[in-house]
Ligand binder design. Structure first.
Ligand code: SF4
Length: 161
């Protein structure tokens, strides 16, 4: 998928809006409350971020990526993202998650613990619909893509600016 720099600029502006900041903060609070209530088992923190080894992929929207991107202390360059793709991991995996406080909603919801009640899928779907509505309210195009492909596009746009 080609993601134009102009689209990234729109997501970044939208992510800085008060609506995006309050909505995403509220979703993070709701996810944290649900995780506290469900107490899923995490046997090896960070293992699920080794996407190839774990058989897992992280998908999210452009707006969510822009929210995290704006809060990174050190933004990855295209080479960093490509190295992670080659390694089959997330570029922020360094022992554990190196961007824990600003990780996307999908990272906050996913646990490899078995989910017999389906709470993770239900919560992920509800959060996704809220973020989708946020795109509509802020009048920014919606895209849903694999995390590293979005990061690569953001890094390329940053390098070109
Ligand atoms: S952002 Fe952090 S929690 Fe999410 S996949 Fe990357 S290393 Fe894992």
């Amino acid at each position: 998928m080609v993601i134009e720099p102009a689209l990234i600029a729109r997501w970044r502006a939208a992510a800085a809006s008060s609506d995006a900041q309050s909505t995403i903060a509220r979703l993070h609070d709701e996810i944290a409350a649900q995780v506290r209530a469900q107490r899923p088992l995490c046997v090896s923190s960070g293992r699920c971020c080794g996407f190839e080894a774990h058989g897992h992929r992280l998908y999210l929207t452009g707006l969510e990526t822009a929210w995290t991107w704006a809060r990174l202390a050190c933004q990855p360059c295209v080479n960093d993202v490509e190295a992670a793709i080659t390694a089959g991991t997330c570029p922020f995996l360094a022992g554990g998650c190196s961007v824990h406080g600003v990780r996307p909603p999908g990272c906050r919801i996913y646990f490899c613990d078995r989910d017999p009640a389906g709470w993770q899928s239900a919560l992920a779907e509800r959060c996704h619909q809220e973020v989708r509505s946020l795109h509509d309210r802020l009048d920014v195009p919606y895209r849903y893509a694999e995390w590293r492909s979005l990061l690569a596009a953001f890094a390329a746009a940053e390098a070109a600016s």
